[in-house]
Design a protein around this ligand. Structure first.
Ligand SMILES: NC(=O)c1ccc[n+]([C@@H]2O[C@H](COP(=O)([O-])OP(=O)(O)OC[C@H]3O[C@@H](n4cnc5c(N)ncnc54)[C@H](OP(=O)(O)O)[C@@H]3O)[C@@H](O)[C@H]2O)c1
Length: 325
């Protein structure tokens, strides 16, 4: 099969489009997915470069990148009961081994769900990793409740765009941050307030939020310290930047207001993917794809992701939508 593999860690030039990579064989609890589209995530180029302190121990070469997939079930493992050959699915391939920058990927069945019916494969591939990250951070680690106020930093990105909409769908009051050119976009997603992180002072929100979700690619504890000031007494600060712990000053500021700080890792739960698909099919959540790249242009897709200013999602198209099973 065709796949993008890396044989060495490095810049975008290490991404190799190869024609004769062995097709994976699904284990008993896995499905083999005929991949139509794969999402591009910051983790892809972080891994390509050799990983960070959290990821490095798990990485082996050669490797197929890609941890978002939408496609059609080609084979089911002997223990899989919830899917049949021909089902349209979306989900998160197992990390780090069996990536989705490939014509086929084998993945744990319980990390996949039926694809939302109302959107394309390209759109569906933008949901799993970013959506599960947003869902885990908001509702599992953040315990966000209807009526609460949440500040979402990085609200225009892949994780942030879905987080804004999930939080609104669950009845929260949402304040998002982005650069000036994305403020109207945040309002279109449903944000109640949109703040320009370059020009507006967070302190305007003093003491007003129950939860902060740091979904921005920024890793800066001084910025976190300023943000703690907007948390209510007893609030919660969730960051998805697992590789960047809260420093002592941030921990002390959180403790002083009896607030909690958590680093959040996405949990690839099938029931959450199913609930997200329902929200999408009900028209409550839109998937914003800013650009689709053919698989052959994977290096350009990485270069764009590395700007840290993508709106919504970047997608790699592996097969044309019209090419149905
Ligand atoms: N723990 C996990 O399981 C997990 C999973 C996925 C991702 N992540 C992490 O989550 C973060 C976001 O991922 P993503 O996929 O959403 O990335 P992304 O799509 O590349 O995010 C790009 C967005 O970040 C915004 N941004 C850049 N600098 C900002 C700043 N200083 N303040 C606020 N917003 C800023 C940009 O908005 P403007 O263009 O308007 O500046 C852009 O829309 C990354 O750090 C990633 O490593 C963690």
């Amino acid at each position: 099969m065709k796949a993008v593999r890396i044989h060495a860690f490095g810049g975008p030039e290490v991404l190799q489009v190869e024609e004769n990579v062995a097709r994976p064989v699904p284990a008993a609890d896995e499905i083999l997915v005929k991949v139509y589209a794969s999402g591009v995530n910051p983790a892809d180029w972080v891994v390509r470069e050799g990983g960070n302190d959290v990821l490095r121990p798990y990485l082996t070469l050669p490797m197929i990148l890609g941890w978002d997939a939408a496609g059609i079930v080609e084979e089911v493992g002997s223990a899989v009961t919830e899917f049949q050959k021909g089902d349209a699915v979306y989900g998160e391939p197992s990390f780090p081994s069996a990536g989705s920058y490939a014509e086929y990927c084998a993945a744990k069945a319980n990390q996949f769900a039926h694809k939302p019916k109302s959107i394309s494969f390209n759109e569906a591939a933008g949901v799993p990793l970013a959506g599960l990250t947003a869902w885990t951070a908001l509702f599992e680690d953040g315990q966000l409740q209807a009526g609460q106020r949440v500040l979402i930093q990085g609200a225009a990105g892949g994780v942030g765009s879905l987080a804004v909409q999930f939080a609104k769908a669950k009845g929260a009051y949402v304040i998002g941050t982005a650069s000036a050119s994305n403020l109207e976009y945040l309002r279109q997603l449903g944000a109640d307030e949109a703040l320009d992180y370059r020009n507006q002072q967070m302190t305007e929100l003093a003491q007003s939020v129950d939860m902060v979700l740091e979904a921005s690619p920024l890793r800066d504890n001084a910025e976190r310290l300023r943000t703690v000031a907007v948390l209510k007494e007893g609030g919660i600060f969730v960051s998805v930047n697992l590789d960047f712990p809260f420093n002592e000053a941030v921990q002390a500021a959180l403790a002083a207001k009896h607030a909690t700080g958590k680093l959040s890792n996405n949990q690839p739960r099938q029931e959450w993917l199913t609930e997200m698909a329902q929200l999408i099919d009900a028209g409550q959540v839109q998937v914003v794809v800013s650009r689709v790249y053919p698989l052959e242009q994977v290096a350009d897709a990485h270069r764009e992701s590395e700007t840290r200013h993508v709106r919504g999602k970047l997608i790699l198209e592996i097969r044309k939508e019209a090419e149905q099973a």
